[in-house]
Design a binder for this molecule. Structure first.
Ligand code: FMN
Length: 199
């Protein structure tokens, strides 16, 4: 039933945020389903299950691309590169993402529960990322401005007073070589720096 601890650790250590995907390989619906299933089993205090997921189809992704591009072009526009040029580039970039999933947190009025619920959502996203990595699928968890944009909520038909969007997950197949290369960028502090053992 359980996988070897070394294998589990290797999976956790090797996972990296991905910014480039392999457009030649199809992202299978059953693989995506496994990722969402892994997310569903994340720990969550008082079983609030505060996560909600929107799995975008091509039509919604095109509409979100416009919101993404508008935010990006407004932020970066300068004398050398004008709004329209940046906007078109950003549209193309967003459209190349094989799969976008938006993650929302149901907002509990109690601030303590709200904090716990955010932690639970983060656990769920990490479950999803680990399952994805094991399936040779890369994920970038983005917290960019589209999440705060009221137009994104309108697109999802979600109420910002009830749901906070906490992640845009950019997902797609990656090659074994890219997985290996990404892993070589890994950096973390050693345990001695971050753990204090008390008597
Ligand atoms: C809460 C959270 C928000 C993040 N937001 C972004 C983001 O907006 N854009 C981005 O490129 N990466 C984002 N990341 C990914 C981190 O930058 C990434 O995890 C970090 O650089 C470590 O790299 P690794 O995931 O490859 O280990 C986010 C990660 C977390 C946990």
């Amino acid at each position: 039933m359980f996988i070897a601890s070394e294998s589990l650790l290797a999976l956790i250590q090797s996972r990296r945020t991905c910014y480039q995907f392999d457009s030649q390989v199809e992202l299978k619906a059953d693989a995506l389903q496994l990722c969402l299933e892994a997310a569903r089993w994340a720990p969550n205090h008082k079983l609030t299950q505060p996560w909600r997921y929107w799995v975008l189809g091509p039509n919604t992704q095109s509409q979100l691309a416009e919101i993404y591009a508008d935010n990006r072009a407004r932020k970066k526009a300068s004398d050398e590169c004008n709004y329209d040029c940046l906007y078109q580039k950003a549209i193309a970039k967003f459209q190349r993402i094989p799969q976008v999933i938006l993650v929302g947190q149901v907002l509990n009025p109690d601030p303590v529960i709200q904090k716990e619920d955010y932690a639970a959502c983060a656990c769920a996203i990490q479950n999803l990322q680990l399952m994805a990595w094991n399936l040779q699928i890369g994920v970038q968890w983005s917290t960019g401005p589209i999440l705060q944009d009221h137009r994104t909520h309108a697109l999802l038909n979600s109420d910002p007073s009830q749901i906070e969007l906490i992640g845009a997950l950019y997902i797609g197949p990656i090659s074994a070589q890219d997985q290996k290369n990404l892993n070589s960028n890994a950096r973390r502090k050693p345990l001695e720096e971050i753990v204090t053992y008390l008597s």
